[in-house]
Unconditional design. Structure first.
Length: 155
């Protein structure tokens, strides 16, 4: 862990989320995990690719997040894709319920990191991109890359 990131150690990030969605808002949540899940996350064996968050029965859950079984675990190892409860303040949960009921908005995990030994997940309130939005973003990145290369050759 280094001082630049405030003691955070990035474990996994969901780069596909930034490609497929417009991120409107971000918030940090804790996760209710089993011991073998924490050990597996510390080894970096977590995949956020097709995961999402949903509010069920008044509590937010992280769905479809794959945490591989712990390598030194026994028969008490965890199920890899079980729903995991997220820890948020009640005010934040009410805000999320309101946002997710809006048409076209969803909750997407953006990254998982460790802060002082605790596993945190950064959630993004997101709106899906259309294909033409994705092409426009790719075009913008390409022109930025070309201008940086042109400036570099002039120096």
């Amino acid at each position: 862990m280094d001082r630049k990131t405030g003691g955070e150690k990035l474990v996994a990030s969901n780069k596909k989320a930034f490609h497929d969605y417009f991120i409107l808002d971000k918030l940090e949540a804790g996760m209710v995990l089993l011991g073998t899940e924490v050990k597996s996350i510390r080894e970096g064996r977590i995949n956020l690719k097709d995961s999402y968050a949903a509010v069920r029965e008044g509590a937010p859950y992280l769905m479809n997040c794959h945490i591989s079984p712990y390598s030194h675990g026994n028969r008490e190892n965890h199920e890899p894709t079980r729903a995991r409860k997220l820890l948020l303040h009640q005010k934040e949960i009410r805000k999320l319920i309101g946002k997710t009921q809006e048409k076209g908005l969803t909750l997407v995990p953006l990254r998982v990191y460790l802060v002082r030994g605790r596993v945190k997940v950064e959630l993004g309130v997101a709106r899906g991109k259309k294909d033409y939005d994705k092409r426009e973003a790719e075009r913008r990145r390409e022109t930025d890359r070309e201008t940086r290369a042109a400036l570099k050759t002039r120096r």
